[in-house]
Design a protein around this ligand. Structure first.
Ligand code: SF4
Length: 379
């Protein structure tokens, strides 16, 4: 069978499997990306979640010897919650970013890629192929760009003509030589909406992201969230997407044809207070299937405490005091102190002073002193 025919058959199979976009790229090294990644590391802009070996990230043959082609796929996800529950005083809610709605996309994309691989092996017996979703060494975005799925926007997302940047990306690397597609030319033009809207200046220049200042990454860390960013997080419990929400290519885009990604309103926009007393088991049962649960319960609880502090929710004070007094995790005690300082009031003030006399962790002590200062100034 000719390579052209194999490609046609794979495109047909992709449609049958419900894959929204498929593109083909050569497996040549990503030399330009390599230079960018080195500069990125030197500037201290890495998140720490990425594959540390830059060679592996930019040389497909290190993932699969004899690599010839990378097949990129994209699946569109929804952007609107049907009948979203409202936030009210005393019943405030947080939100998971859209890329975390429904079933964990890693699993969904993996199933699609496995289906595609099965077809490839029927068409080319003896071929080798390896599927990757986020967890592989290669950059999903660099592959998608080369395979013509979309262009890399100034906000660093891949933007497709049809679905905006609300797409999940995955790829399969193979030793079968298939005709490549043409990369999409840049489509941002003069627009700078994402750079202007980023609340922390994490987009330091077009297409250049300082992950250490990016709220999407910071929501996933397990330590203290830097104080200067806490007021900018909004209601987000996991992820952050202002740079995508403001993009003109994303306006009025809402694709709901993948049932797996449809949001459960109570899951993606949960009440904040109950999150503070959730057991590990409850967390797993309620959120375990979402992509947003991959870092466990602690970052979600920390972010929920920050949101309650920002909302100055007085009804949360008893829960926050309980955490300050009894939670074994310094991040949770310290963040509760911050929220109590923000909310203020006699009860919160007394709890902060009592904790100051008993606390032994240095970072929590720092938070307590800061919270008491804030409480005094009422800022
Ligand atoms: Fe490009 Fe504008 Fe979208 Fe940013 S907001 S990615 S500059 S089109």
């Amino acid at each position: 069978m000719t390579p052209e025919r194999v490609k046609e058959e794979l495109i047909r199979e992709a449609k049958r499997l419900g894959i929204d976009k498929i593109g083909f790229a050569s497996a040549d090294p990503f030399l330009e990306l390599k230079e960018r990644l080195i500069r990125h590391r030197e500037a201290g802009y890495e998140s720490g979640f990425e594959e540390p070996d830059i060679d592996k990230r930019t040389h497909p043959e290190k993932c699969l010897p004899e690599a010839k082609t990378i097949i990129a796929i994209a699946l569109a996800y929804p952007t609107k919650i049907p009948d979203p529950p409202a936030s009210e005083p005393g019943a405030y809610r947080g939100v998971f970013c859209r890329a975390s709605w429904g079933e964990d996309y890693h699993r969904v994309l993996k199933r699609k890629l496995e289906g595609l691989k099965e077809r490839l092996l029927e068409l080319v017996p003896g071929a080798t192929a390896e599927e990757m979703v986020d967890t592989g060494a290669l950059s999903d975005r660099a592959v998608a760009e080369r395979a013509g799925i979309g262009w890399s926007g100034k906000n660093t997302s891949i933007i497709t003509e049809e679905f905006g940047s609300w797409v999940y990306l995955g790829e399969m690397i193979t030793d079968v030589d298939l005709p490549p597609d043409t990369p999409v030319t840049e489509g941002c033009g003069d627009c700078t909406a994402c750079l202007d809207a980023c609340p922390t200046g994490a987009l330091v220049s077009p297409g250049r992201l300082n992950s250490q200042a990016c709220l999407a990454y910071l929501t996933q860390t397990k330590g203290f969230l830097p104080v200067e960013y806490r007021d900018r997080l909004g209601p987000y419990l996991y992820g952050f997407e202002t740079c995508q929400a403001v993009c003109p290519y994303n306006r009025k885009v809402n694709f709901t044809h993948h049932n797996e990604f449809l949001p459960d309103p109570e899951q993606v926009k949960p009440l904040l207070k109950p999150l503070l007393s959730m057991s590990n088991r409850e967390f797993r049962e309620r959120f375990g299937k979402m992509a947003g649960s991959w870092r466990g319960k602690k970052p979600i609880q920390r972010n929920a405490i920050i949101a309650l502090g920002r909302y100055r929710d007085r009804t949360a004070v008893p829960d926050l005091i309980r955490l300050l007094k009894t939670d074994p995790r310094p991040v949770i005690r310290g963040t509760a102190a911050w929220a109590l300082g923000r909310i203020g009031g006699d009860e919160a003030g007394e709890a902060l002073r009592n904790a100051l006399a008993e606390e032994t962790d240095d970072q929590v002590l720092w938070e307590l002193k800061n919270a008491l200062k804030e409480e005094k100034t009422g800022s």
